[in-house]
Design a protein around this ligand. Structure first.
Ligand code: KG4
Ligand code: ZN
Length: 340
């Protein structure tokens, strides 16, 4: 089954053709990062206008690269919500028009479910349930226990900012540009993660909170403005901040992994591109079980053996951040099912 998928919830206009939920035939993304870097964040009105410009060229390229015509497409999938309304409208109207004109079913997909299903893309063997899956993006922070497709329990979510949002805001405070995550990750490599003591929000709660951490960085910089003129100290703030975020994510993730007898642990969303997060999760899982990376980069591609706890994150960095292939995967696996 071939699904043509469309994603336009924030600042990426993306179209993909996905076969049987896992095989990516094309994955085209027009990023607006350069536009939003000027303002240090996404301006909704600008994003919507950019989607209007990019949608048809991206759609045509995705179909051409996949080598398909409308007759090869079995269904259209599109991001329903959440997201910026003006941005979502462009994708949804395009998808509805195609479904109507081509007489194909329209599958509406929740954006976060899309991120979760990015871990099915290009896998040799299908992930095995039960799974603990942590989605960390610019807008969302959710921890789910999945017992099957559409059989899932929300274990925790952010009560304020998401981790990605905190990365973006702290990068802005440090004058590092947009988006903040990748820049902070690079700067943190040269920094001392114990140089500053930043708080971990809602340590003893099932939910996440990152606004206190962001405020703490703000006051640290306000009280010590000289930090911004010192490259080494900026690296130290980046490293200490990144450690606090990852510590907070790990507390809830590991609590869940210890509580439920799961076969796999998944990371997804833009922040799952972060190498420090991936390494720390692998390290912690290794302490409680024989853990290995399920057909991830650098591994042999074989499925996990019994008694192993498999760690997955999307197979390409472009499947961590917003893309349409993940919407095609979620559309395939969740059609006719609820995710709750
Ligand atoms: O999933 P995504 O593309 O969009 C949303 O659904 O929100 O996530 C974007 C977020 C941004 O906040 C960005 O700073 C963060 O993902 N991000 C990272 C990294 N790459 C992207 N955060 C930490 N480390 C990274 N390497
Ligand atoms: Zn996203």
């Amino acid at each position: 089954m071939k699904i043509l998928a469309i994603e336009s919830s924030c600042d990426e206009t993306a179209v993909s053709v996905v076969a049987d939920g896992r095989k990516v035939l094309s994955n085209v993304i027009a990023s607006q990062i350069a536009k939003h870097a000027i303002t240090g964040g996404v301006v909704p009105e600008v994003a919507a206008r950019e989607h209007i410009k990019a949608m048809m060229p991206v759609l045509k390229t995705a179909m051409k690269e996949a080598g398909v015509t409308k007759d090869d497409i079995d269904a259209i999938a599109v991001t329903r919500e959440p997201g910026l309304i003006g941005s979502l409208v462009v994708g949804r109207i395009t998808a509805s028009a195609l479904a109507f004109a081509w007489d194909k079913p329209l599958i509406e997909v929740n954006h976060i479910h899309g991120h979760i299903y990015a871990n099915w893309l290009e896998t040799e063997a299908e992930p095995e349930f039960p799974i603990i899956t942590l989605t960390v993006s610019g807008g969302h922070n959710e921890l789910w226990l999945m017992r099957g497709h559409g059989d899932a329990e929300l274990l925790g979510e952010t009560v304020d900012d998401s981790a990605g949002e905190a990365f973006d805001k702290v990068a802005r405070l440090l004058g590092l540009g947009y988006p903040g995550g990748p820049i902070i990750e690079v700067r943190a490599k040269n920094g001392d993660s114990n140089a500053f003591k930043f708080p971990i929000g809602m340590k003893n709660d099932k939910n996440f909170s990152f606004s206190g951490l962001k405020t703490s960085v703000f006051y640290t910089l306000k009280d010590n403005p000289a930090i911004l003129d010192n490259e080494k100290m900026v690296d130290d703030v980046a490293a200490s901040f990144q450690k606090s975020v990852v510590d907070a994510l790990l507390i809830k993730l590991m609590d869940a992994v210890k509580k439920y007898p799961v076969k796999e642990v998944h990371l997804s969303g833009g922040v799952s591109a972060n190498g420090y997060l991936r390494a720390r999760v692998a390290e912690e899982l290794g302490k409680i079980a024989r853990c290995r990376l399920a057909d991830g980069p650098g591994r042999d591609g074989s499925p996990c053996e019994r008694n192993e706890l498999c760690l997955r994150y999307p197979k390409k960095l472009s499947y961590c951040t917003d893309n349409a292939a993940m919407i095609g995967a979620a559309g395939f696996y969740l059609t006719g099912k609820k995710f709750e």
